[in-house]
Design a protein around this ligand. Structure first.
Ligand SMILES: *[C@@H]1O[C@H](CO)[C@@H](O)[C@H](O)[C@H]1NC(C)=O
Ligand SMILES: *[C@@H]1O[C@H](CO)[C@@H](O)[C@H](O)[C@H]1NC(C)=O
Ligand SMILES: *[C@@H]1O[C@H](CO)[C@@H](O)[C@H](O)[C@H]1NC(C)=O
Ligand SMILES: *[C@@H]1O[C@H](CO)[C@@H](O)[C@H](O)[C@H]1NC(C)=O
Ligand SMILES: *[C@@H]1O[C@H](CO)[C@@H](O)[C@H](O)[C@H]1NC(C)=O
Ligand SMILES: *[C@@H]1O[C@H](CO)[C@@H](O)[C@H](O)[C@H]1NC(C)=O
Ligand SMILES: *[C@@H]1O[C@H](CO)[C@@H](O)[C@H](O)[C@H]1NC(C)=O
Ligand SMILES: *[C@@H]1O[C@H](CO)[C@@H](O)[C@H](O)[C@H]1NC(C)=O
Ligand SMILES: *[C@@H]1O[C@H](CO)[C@@H](O)[C@H](O)[C@H]1NC(C)=O
Ligand SMILES: *[C@@H]1O[C@H](CO)[C@@H](O)[C@H](O)[C@H]1NC(C)=O
Ligand SMILES: *[C@@H]1O[C@H](CO)[C@@H](O)[C@H](O)[C@H]1NC(C)=O
Ligand SMILES: *[C@@H]1O[C@H](CO)[C@@H](O)[C@H](O)[C@H]1NC(C)=O
Length: 682
């Protein structure tokens, strides 16, 4: 270790300076411990507020000594989590040979770890998580008392070493997640038999499902997700008779899911998403009585969705999206009375939403997007009876059907309604006005017509609305400028995070995937409709709006000056309309604006050149005969190019002059103070 030499030198120095100190106190801590800690502190550049001239190290922040009555005490705990510590850990720390708890988590410590740290015979808890440590786990670790090790969220690499756990008969938790460990999992892991929780997720581990793990009969939680494991799952997985949670998501496992779930009697949460599993759902899985959360999304599973809800009485969340399941949605799912989340999106399911779904009274989030379902009227009539429904995703179904209108639906708890890409006919239904909690509405890419109703301002929490690519006519209702959610944004995301990925098609046809609803930026998108009338100055009130798209309509009149009030605006697209007048200079104040277009309208006058306008390409302005500006059609004679150039030079000179003047002034004042011209010297 390259730091060891430095450490050693320092120890010698501290011995010579500190030794006389330590004996003079009544109650004090062991001098070896003082030395180890002092040396440790000298490698911490920032964050440690120790008074090292106080020789009683037991009183230093984060240091705990043994509570015995002897006058010379030993350090048993060093707990310095979340202290913004920066620096290295040196070998001397291993001098704390009575240490039981070492917690340096959530700091900015870096460098490799001294090997002595992994030979502390009394250490029970080691938490070094969330730092910037690098390198391999030092060889020859021997932690015979260790119970808990967490070195997750660092930059460790090399192979995962079972030596960390095999020397201890007490180890119950080993967390090596979120590092760069690679290679296969050592066969020696089988010797870490007391392990109850093993986290190896988010590394670069490869090979088959690690065989050695079968021997860990006490294992309750096993996380292997986000690695490069491959091959098939064998029947041996049934040996994990105490397993409560298994996550093998985002690996390269393939083949069928073995029919062993009857033996996994305690398994509650099973995550195997984003692998290449194929075949049917095993009989023992769809009859598993303890399963509560099941995520098998994004595989190539097929066959019918034959969850037996008479058996699966604890099922609360089932994500079977993005597979090849086919057939109708089985009515038996209606008897999963505890189901709160159900995702069946992106399969080949057909038919109607089963009548029995009205019994899913616990259901909060439902996605049936991208199947071949029919009869939206019946679907909505059934689902409105699910009183707790907050998020409903039905995109890419019900092709060409009529949006049900003259009916009395009540979706009282609905926060997100997403039904784009269905080619639905009709208009915005009046029953929607009773969904007072609505936060997110996406009815884009349909064939809806008529006007946008005035009652949208009653949606006090609406912050995302996409009605683009329809055939709406009439004016933009002024009430949209009163949307409280876009004025204050005091919206709680609670209950909105369905966890389901949402697929949206981008303008260029590219697919975007949002992690959850909350990642949607506050948006009003009314583009590609047939809207007429002018832009309301009141839009300026929408301080929290990030995206305003009104492109491809027939909007006329001028761009109001007040648009500069939308302080958070990132995207403003007004292109392909019939707008006239000038681009207001006040828009230069929109400092977050990164995409702007007024192309193909009838605007005139000079293009602003301040603020973000310097960064917009000329395509943002094209197709406006009357617009002029620097690298385009030159403006009228009074603003001929050479005048502008001269202006610029003037400003530059002005700026330099200004800076010079300020510096000069400050210097003068300082000199005056120093020399006592202003205040007399005392
Ligand atoms: C540090 O400890 C020494 C010795 O106990 C004491 O005299 C001094 O006041 C302390 N300094 C601070 C800043 O607490
Ligand atoms: C001293 O610490 C031990 C554990 O280290 C604990 O069991 C005991 O209760 C403590 N005694 C006192 C007096 O705090
Ligand atoms: C370590 O300290 C951090 C921050 O203070 C705390 O969150 C964490 O629970 C501690 N670790 C252990 C194992 O107690
Ligand atoms: C390990 O530490 C990380 C970050 O400090 C924390 O999120 C995680 O829950 C810990 N793992 C265990 C098993 O306690
Ligand atoms: C670990 O250390 C203990 C105590 O020093 C010793 O008895 C044991 O043999 C060591 N184990 C290994 C594998 O080195
Ligand atoms: C670990 O990382 C270091 C520095 O990035 C690199 O030099 C070394 O080759 C890596 N070791 C392995 C086994 O990947
Ligand atoms: C689906 O799985 C594939 C690999 O099987 C992966 O590349 C892709 O990112 C996953 N998609 C999602 C949305 O998780
Ligand atoms: C997934 O498995 C199928 C066979 O079931 C195979 O044809 C396909 O190539 C595999 N895909 C990947 C990405 O490994
Ligand atoms: C569904 O589960 C119930 C209760 O465990 C059981 O009696 C029934 O046979 C199961 N049905 C099927 C088709 O497996
Ligand atoms: C819909 O599902 C099909 C496969 O079933 C897939 O190819 C397509 O990309 C999906 N569309 C979207 C928008 O997710
Ligand atoms: C519906 O939601 C409420 C409030 O979150 C909850 O108290 C109630 O238990 C839920 N109903 C069912 C059937 O789960
Ligand atoms: C299931 O896994 C997918 C990734 O493949 C993830 O996006 C989704 O949030 C998970 N579903 C649930 C309900 O947590």
């Amino acid at each position: 270790m390259q730091y060891s030499y430095l450490c050693f030198t320092f120890i010698l120095l501290t011995i010579s300076f500190k030794a006389p100190f330590t004996t003079s106190q009544k109650v004090t801590c062991n001098s070896n411990d003082v030395r180890a800690l002092t040396s440790f502190s000298s490698f911490i550049d920032y964050g440690l507020e120790w008074n090292t001239s106080d020789s009683n190290c037991c009183s230093w922040i984060g240091v705990t000594c043994h509570n015995s009555t002897v006058s010379i005490k030993r350090v048993v705990r060093l707990e310095l989590g979340s202290k913004r510590l920066t620096g290295l850990i040196c070998e001397s720390l291993a001098g704390l040979d009575q240490l039981r708890i070492l917690n340096l988590s959530q700091n900015f410590l870096y460098g490799s770890l001294p090997s002595g740290l992994f030979r502390l015979q009394n250490l029970e808890i080691l938490d070094l998580s969330s730092n910037d440590f690098v390198g391999p786990i030092p060889e020859g670790s021997n932690l015979s008392s260790i119970r808990y090790i967490n070195i997750s969220m660092n930059n460790f690499n090399g192979s995962v070493d079972a030596a960390l756990c095999e020397t201890s008969s007490y180890i119950h938790t080993l967390d090596l997640a979120n590092n760069y460990f690679s290679g296969e999992v050592s066969a020696n892991f089988g010797r870490c038999s007391p392990l109850q929780q093993l986290f190896l997720d988010h590394n670069d581990l490869s090979g088959n499902f690690p065989d050695s793990l079968w021997q860990l009969r006490d294992l309750r939680i096993l996380h292997l997700q986000n690695n490069l494991f491959s091959g098939t799952l064998t029947y041996e997985i049934g040996k994990f008779s105490n397993l409560v949670e298994l996550d093998i998501s985002s690996n390269r496992f393939s083949g069928i899911l073995p029919d062993v779930f009857a033996r996994l009697k305690k398994l509650e949460n099973f995550f195997a998403r984003s692998n290449n599993f194929s075949g049917n759902l095993p009989k023992s899985l769809v009859n598993s009585q303890h399963t509560s959360i099941l995520n098998l999304s994004n595989n190539t599973l097929n066959g019918p969705i034959n969850l037996n809800c008479s058996a699966m009485v604890h099922l609360t969340s089932a994500d079977l999206g993005s597979n090849n399941f086919h057939g109708p949605i089985p009515d038996i799912i209606s008897s999963c009375q505890r189901l709160t989340n159900l995702n069946l999106a992106r399969n080949n399911l057909g038919g109607e939403v089963p009548f029995g779904f009205k019994n899913l009274q616990a259901l909060r989030s439902l996605s049936l997007s991208n199947n071949s379902l029919v009869n939206i009227s019946s679907a909505l009539a059934i689902l409105q009876q699910c009183r707790n429904l907050t998020s409903l995703f039905l995109s890419l179904n019900f092709h060409n059907e009529q949006m049900p209108r003259n009916v009395n639906f009540h979706f009282r708890n609905l926060k997100a309604l997403v039904i784009p890409y269905c080619q639905l006919k009709g208009s915005i239904p009046s029953w929607l006005s009773s969904s007072k909690k609505l936060q997110l509405l996406d009815l884009s890419w349909n064939r809806l017509s008529g006007t946008i109703p005035f009652w949208f301002h009653e949606f006090k929490h609406l912050f995302y609305m996409d009605l683009s690519n329809n055939s709406f006519t009439g004016e933009i209702p002024m009430s949209l400028t009163e949307l409280q959610g876009l004025i204050n944004m005091n919206i709680s995301s609670e209950g909105l995070s369905s966890g389901f990925p949402l697929f949206r098609a981008g303008a260029d046809g590219a697919k975007y995937q949002y992690k959850g609803i909350w990642s949607f930026r506050p948006t009003l998108d009314l583009s590609h409709n047939k809207l007429t009338g002018s832009l309301w100055p009141g839009f300026g009130n929408l301080k929290e709006l990030h995206v305003l798209k009104l492109k491809e309509n027939h909007l006329s009149g001028t761009i109001p000056d007040s648009f500069s009030g939308m302080k958070n605006l990132e995207v403003l697209d007004l292109s392909y309309n019939e707008l006239s007048g000038e681009i207001p200079l006040s828009l230069e104040k929109l400092s977050f604006l990164s995409k702007f277009s007024v192309a193909y309208s009838q605007l005139q006058g000079e293009i602003p050149t301040g603020g973000q306008f310097l960064t917009f390409p000329s395509s943002s302005f094209e197709g406006n005969e009357g617009l002029c500006g620097e690298d385009r059609t030159p403006c009228q004679p009074r603003q001929a190019p050479h005048v502008q150039l001269a202006d610029k030079k003037m400003t530059i000179i002005g700026l330099q002059f200004g800076l010079g003047a300020i510096t000069g002034f400050l210097l003068t004042v300082t000199i005056c103070f120093i020399s006592g011209w202003v205040l007399p010297k005392t």
